[in-house]
Structure formats: C-alpha cells, structure tokens
Design a protein around this ligand. Structure first.
Ligand code: PMP
Length: 394
C-alpha cells in the first residue's frame, strides 16, 4: 500500500520541474528602501510599504505605547473580550478617510475579503468577478456558495454581456474587483462598473489593498481617484501595505457595517486585532492625512521609472521585457517564461536589486514586478534602469 503522504514528494517534484518552486528569504533590520536580504544589502523593489511607514518611528512608538497600555494580545473576539477603544478610533479614522458612515477592522485583508463576500451573498446569488482578482476575493466568492461568473480583465462590455445573460436568474448580485490590480498595477474601470451596477441592481465590492494611502488626492484610494467617493460601495482593504501595519478593513454604510458585525464569521469568530497593529495603523492613517507630499513623491517616482523603462529598456529591439501599462506604484515587466524570470531575478539580485520574480500559478504569465516606495532615492531608480538596460542586451 502506498504511503498516504507519498504524493507530497511527487507534487513537490512537479513544482520543481515547472520552475514554480518557491521558498522564503530572510530580511533583517527595519523595513525600508534599502534592506539586508540574506546578509546582502539590496535596494528594495519588492515591498508593499509604498509610503515607507512600516519603519517610521511614529508607528513604532504607537505600537510600543499600545502594547504597554493594552498588552500584546486583544485576548478575545471583538464581541466578547477583545474590543478596545483603539479599535473604535481606527474604525472612525478609516471611515473619515474614506468618507463613509462606518468601517470595520478585520485581522487581515485576506480575512476581510473572505468574511465580507461570504456574508453578503449566498446560494441564491450571483458574483461577477474580474478574472485577475486577488486570491482572497476568489476564495471569498467560493466560500459564499454564490454562482460565480468571471468576466474578462477590466472588460466592461464582457461584464455587461454576462449581466444580461445571468443577472435576472439570481436574487442579489455582487460585482467584485481589485481597484489597483496587485500583479499588474493597472486600475479597474470603476465608474463603468458603478454605472452597470446601477443599471442591473448590483452591489459593488472594490478591494483597495494597493490603493489606500496611495491613490486619490487625500489617499482614500481609487474610489476617490475616480470621483466615486459618495457612491454606495463596499470598500475593502488592508492595513498591511501603505499603512505599514497588519490587518484589514471594510468601509461603507452604517447598515453594511452593522450587518457584518452580526453576520460575518471572519470577524465574529476570530480574535480582535492586536493593540500594537491597531495603534500603528491608526498612526499611519493620521500621517496619510497630514503628509500628502509622500504621495506626490511616489507619483514622481512612478513617472520617472516608467519613462526610463519605456525609453531605455522596453524600446530595445531584442528586449526580453514587455512593460505592462500601469497607473500605480506597481510596475511589471512581462517576460517569456518562468525559467527566464527566475534567471533575471537572480541577475538583478547579484547587482543588488530585490525585485519579485512572479510566476504561474500566481499570475498567468511570468513577470518581474517592481514596487516603488516614496522613500526610494532617485539614484536607485536610475541604477535599476541602467541594470535592466544591460540585462535586455544579454
Ligand atoms: N487584496 C489584495 C489585492 C492583496 O494584494 C492582498 C495582499 N497581497 C490582500 C487583499 C490581502 O491582504 P493582507 O495581506 O492584509 O491579508
């Protein structure tokens, strides 16, 4: 008889053969634009800490202060013994940033998506989901047991055709999308989605994980960027990227949040966010309001790097890189296959650059994913372009 766990080795071998094998790498010291990765100083183009707040002394002090005052853990679920005044303060601050009636903090962005989608729709309902949505949105849809129909990435005409075909057969309908797509950095066509939602009586859930703090004049995200601030929406996001902490949130109407507090297992049956994470995120939301120059500098970095990549890397005849369109601090260079991207990632690392070499199954096609931080030095961006230019000649 075969060993019941023998299949694990076989599967791992298959993952190796496909060049899909992944493992962790250790970073030491504070997060920032230059980090120590496995003992090597590298310029960090692989972080989601877009505003450079994860190592900011104000967030660190807030976390220390909250730990001293409230302890390390919140010790219970929010509805039992896990609720602290800090949670309310953070929820009020998020609602103020998003200009919504209320907000609810979850233990992670992943959980916020699972917990919200699964609470809002069920077997009699329909989910229309962008094909490139984040894993947490896809798994939330599966958990909900609603009928799931994917539409082609950002294709409004395809979404409309699918609404015409399916909407009338279901009770509620939820359109689900990333706002900044995490693997390409492109933006969803939010105003068009909102218009279709009105026409077909649908709710819209937009995941602002990569947009909060970054997009929009006040950093409220793509909802603000697209002028949809007072549109009835379900805005979900994370505290772990531009906010430099850990946790997730949902922002929307008072009724939505009240419903989730009563019906979302992913919020009800889990321990409240730790005091340290809550306080750090609260400090970050305040900084986002007070320091718009962080966003402005990040926008300038995006422009500079995009221009450099277009002029000096992309335009070369034999270049292995194909720059994907983006309006966010996530810039992607698509490459031919998984083996090439791994090789390029290794070369870049040898030259002192830490970038993500992303492969299937995370994405449909392999790519070098570069994320920018407001705290990067212009000189680091220039060196990255120079190095990529050299690599495009290899
Ligand atoms: N949504 C998107 C679009 C994300 O990229 C991520 C994180 N990679 C999440 C949700 C999950 O957020 P968290 O890391 O807080 O669980």
């Amino acid at each position: 008889m075969a060993h019941p766990y023998a299949w694990l080795d076989k599967s791992l071998n298959a993952i190796h053969r496909a060049d899909w094998y992944r493992s962790v790498q250790t970073l030491s010291g504070l997060p920032g634009p230059i980090v120590c990765l496995e003992g090597q100083q590298v310029v960090n183009f692989a972080s989601n800490d877009y505003l450079g707040l994860a190592g900011d002394p104000r967030l660190i002090q807030a976390a220390i202060g909250a730990t001293q005052e409230f302890g390390t853990g919140s010790t219970g679920s929010r509805l039992l013994s896990g609720h602290r005044s800090l949670h309310c303060q953070l929820e009020e601050a998020i609602a103020a940033l998003k200009q919504t009636e209320d907000a609810l903090v979850f233990s992670s962005g992943y959980l916020a998506n699972l917990g919200t989608i699964a609470a809002l729709v069920g077997q009699r309902d329909l989910i229309l989901s962008d094909q490139y949505n984040h894993s947490s949105l896809k798994n939330g849809a599966l958990m909900s047991q609603a009928a799931i129909v994917e539409y082609a990435h950002c294709e409004v005409a395809d979404l409309k055709a699918k609404l015409i075909q399916h909407r009338a057969l279901h009770r509620r309908c939820l359109i689900v999308t990333d706002s900044v797509f995490s693997m390409d950095g492109d933006l969803c066509p939010l105003p068009d989605l909102v218009a279709l939602a009105e026409e077909f009586e649908c709710m819209v859930l937009v995941d602002e994980a990569h947009a909060t703090g970054v997009m929009g004049t006040n950093g409220a995200g793509c909802v603000e960027y697209f002028g949809c601030t007072h549109t009835p929406l379900i805005q979900v996001g994370t505290l772990s990227k531009a906010l430099g902490s850990l946790g997730g949130y949902v922002a929307g109407s008072a009724a939505l949040i009240d419903f989730l507090r009563n019906r979302s297992p992913g919020w009800i049956y889990t321990t409240g966010l730790s005091p340290a994470d809550t306080a750090a995120a609260l400090a970050a939301v305040r900084i986002i309001g007070q320091e718009p120059e962080r966003r402005e500098r990040l926008r300038q970095h995006v422009q500079f790097l995009t221009q450099g990549l277009q002029d000096r890397v992309q335009s070369r005849g034999q270049s292995p890189f194909n720059l994907r369109p983006s309006h966010s601090p996530i810039l992607c260079l698509q490459v031919a296959d998984a083996a090439t991207v791994v090789k390029l990632g290794r070369h870049l690392r040898q030259k002192g650059f830490f970038v993500a070499a992303v492969r299937p199954p995370t994405v449909p096609t392999s790519r070098i994913r570069i994320t920018l931080m407001t705290t990067h030095k212009r000189q680091s961006l220039e060196s990255l372009v120079n190095t990529l230019q050299d690599l495009s000649n290899l």
